[in-house]
Design a protein around this ligand. Structure first.
Ligand code: ADP
Length: 397
């Protein structure tokens, strides 16, 4: 069969005529981006088209895209019809490249080849206006007028708080998907993106070790993680970093920093040539400091190593704030699998006539829906403590 004939054949799931769907599920990505968001989009769209036979509307720029659209329509019936026509006549990639359109009817091709890519093709954003109840009411009205029966919100703590408010204030099904490299959501063992970020950190530590070893240096690397030290812990355990400094034990005093420096110096005395120190961004100091943690620690360590009569006055400390590097990169298979499982669970919840709103969570390797506002799992603290213990036990210091 010739290529021309193939191209003329109607393709399933690629609408040949513009018609707006009778019912749809909308999906948005909000707050800090996390690897695995694209894999999730692919999964929610493909399951929608292949299995559930329900259209999926992708929302550009998170809540901001909904707020912009609600404002543009502003309850006007004609504007709504025009919007529906524009969405229907710009499916998939045609919608994605039309940056005036915040709602895109996703098709197979629009999610092809994106699974392993970090970030999100729909864009993620922060939207301060969404804190306003009146704004949320307008968004709910817009979603209903667009035949949306469920909204899937993918993001971190803040985004899921917005989702909970939408669930409380409407009869729409609002499904939250935990996605943040910080792993600071205490109702799930893992959020989407954590595995990739840990992988990236291990890669980064490997690079820093090469130079630290060559110059016999101490490298202090600052990781993300917000108020949680788990990202640093996981990366430290997986990379063999010599020291992991986390926020959970409390603010670091000058005396505590001296003790850490003394520990490094002790290891040098026993023949160690270099050290990698991971410090989580949530670490606080007493007295408080405005500079990045890595720089504060560098000064404290350097000062200690250079005190009068110190054995290694030439021992150098170099800081590095790893920053947004940790958010990007190729999504790991583990995150792609979790994305598919979260999407599957979201659809099951949406399609369950007796189900309500909730958040997908991974617990003891089971993906399930939990209610919003679920209390912290005690297992998470046990996990953190276990990692700290293991790191100590594995240390050669
Ligand atoms: P993350 O989801 O990564 O934690 P943020 O905390 O910045 O990121 O939240 C992302 C967005 O979620 C905010 O810009 C806002 O639109 C929405 N959001 C956060 N907190 C709330 C809240 N308390 N009420 C309503 N919306 C919120």
């Amino acid at each position: 069969m010739s290529l021309a004939t193939l191209r003329r054949r109607p393709q399933p799931n690629f609408p040949m005529t513009a018609s707006y769907p009778d019912q749809a599920v909308a999906v948005l990505f909000s707050g800090g981006d996390a690897p695995g968001m694209n894999a999730f989009l692919r999964a929610i769209v493909r399951l929608g088209l292949n299995r559930e036979k329900i259209a999926v509307l992708g929302v550009r720029d998170g809540y901001r895209g909904l707020v912009r659209t609600a404002r543009a329509v502003n309850g006007d019936a004609e504007a709504l019809i025009r919007l529906k026509n524009t969405i229907a006549s710009h499916p998939g990639r045609a919608g994605l490249i039309n940056d005036q359109l915040d709602l895109i009817q996703m098709d197979h091709a629009s999610v092809s080849g994106i699974m392993g890519k970090g970030g999100t093709i729909l864009g993620s954003a922060r939207c301060l206006e969404f804190h306003d109840k009146e704004v949320r009411t307008k968004v709910i009205k817009l979603l209903k007028s667009l035949n949306v029966r469920a909204l899937v919100v993918v993001g971190g703590d803040g985004s899921l708080t917005g989702a909970r408010l939408l669930a409380d204030e409407s009869d729409l099904r609002i499904i939250g998907i935990p996605a943040t490299i910080d792993n600071d959501l205490q109702f799930t063992d893992m959020a989407l993106g954590v595995d990739t970020a840990v992988n990236t950190l291990v890669w980064a530590v490997d690079h820093f070790i090469d130079t630290a070893r060559s110059h016999r240096r101490v490298m202090v690397l600052e990781t993300m993680g917000r108020e949680s030290g788990d990202l640093a812990r996981m990366a430290g355990l997986a990379s063999g970093a010599e020291m992991i400094i986390t926020p959970e034990p409390g603010a670091l005093t000058n005396v505590a920093m001296e003790k850490l420096a003394a520990k490094i110096e002790g290891a040098m005395t026993r023949g160690r040539g270099h050290a990698i120190v991971l410090v989580a961004e949530g670490v606080q100091f007493d007295p408080p400091q405005k500079r990045n943690r890595a720089y504060v620690l560098m000064d404290a360590f350097q000062q200690y190593f250079q005190r009068a009569g110190a054995p290694f006055p030439d021992l150098e400390v170099r800081p590095s704030v790893l920053g947004h590097l940790q958010r990007g990169g190729h999504t790991t298979p583990q995150d792609c699998i979790l994305a598919a499982r979260f999407a599957d669970c979201a659809w099951k919840c949406i399609q369950n006539p007796d189900g309500g709103s909730g958040i997908t969570a991974l617990r003891k390797n089971v993906v399930e829906i939990v209610p919003y506002g679920e209390p912290d799992m005690p297992e998470r603290e046990v996990f953190s403590q276990e990692m700290d213990r293991l790191h100590d036990d594995l240390s050669s210091w």
